[in-house]
Design a protein around this ligand. Structure first.
Ligand code: 6PG
Length: 243
């Protein structure tokens, strides 16, 4: 049964303000628990501002040896490809902060897609505690939303991944055919904190449909992300969610 708590908005006037709010939230939430803090990161362009901010202003605010980074999805490309979510995060954040190399868990994109999905599943199962359903629990799952309402690499033409009982699955970009590895819906929804970071007026119409839910939101994967027991927060700017 999905958690019925209403979504919580953390709205900022600009993308920069939203990313500062999110960075401060991460610091606060890391302080609420002991030991490792397992965070799944989103890719694409939206989080770049957040990663730059963390690298520039949060080096001394985050206990980096406690932070473990994963990716909610990645493209099956080499790490040095401009398409790589891990490569982008490495350049903008991970190479700039004192996070131990053993705390960084990229999708092994050098492997064949199905092999990579299985290998990544093993990494996640080894590192994370499990809930009563046997699902690994991320402390924080950072998600974006594409213009088509996809999240991670769960696209509107692969809604079955929202219920897939595997931990990771191979996804295919509907337009480019690019292969990806993605977390599945149940794993995302098992997270203690699910955080959407969505900015820009280009996302406003789709976001309004997703938030409306029901028939309007049904075709879009982001609509169906609902924590089973944790928090759902939307870090959005004015352009994406006008007053
Ligand atoms: C990816 C992301 C994806 C992203 C959305 C939004 O690999 O592309 O994980 O889910 O969050 O596509 O991307 P933008 O931030 O570039 O709009």
């Amino acid at each position: 049964m999905a958690n019925s708590s209403a979504p919580e908005f953390r709205k900022g006037a600009t993308p920069a303000e939203v990313c500062k709010n999110l960075a401060d939230y991460i610091v606060t939430e890391m302080g609420r628990k002991e030991g490792p803090f397992h965070i799944a990161l989103s890719g694409g362009s939206t989080p770049k501002l957040l990663f730059r901010l963390l690298a520039e202003e949060y080096v001394d605010k985050i206990d980096w040896p406690r932070l473990h980074c994963y990716w909610g999805d990645d493209r099956m490309v080499p790490y040095d490809s401009p398409e790589s979510n891990y490569g982008m995060t490495k350049e903008l954040l991970l190479d700039q902060v004192p996070i131990p190399a053993e705390n960084i868990h990229p999708v092994p994109t050098q492997l064949a897609p199905e092999v990579a999905a299985s290998a990544y599943t093993e990494v996640i199962l080894q590192q994370l505690s499990k809930n009563s359903d046997g699902l690994p629990v991320f402390d924080l799952n950072l998600l974006g939303m594409g213009g088509d309402g996809h999240t991670a690499s769960i696209f509107p033409d692969s809604m079955e991944l929202l219920q897939d009982r595997r931990i990771c699955a191979v996804a295919t970009h509907p337009e480019t055919g690019q292969k990806r590895v993605t977390l599945t819906g149940p794993v995302i929804n098992a997270s203690d904190r699910i955080v959407f970071l969505i900015t820009g007026e280009g996302k406003a119409v789709r976001l309004s449909q997703v938030l409306a839910g029901g028939e309007l939101g049904a075709p879009y994967p982001a609509t169906h992300i609902r924590p089973t027991h944790g928090q759902l927060l939307w870090f959005v700017d004015e352009a994406a969610l006008p007053a």
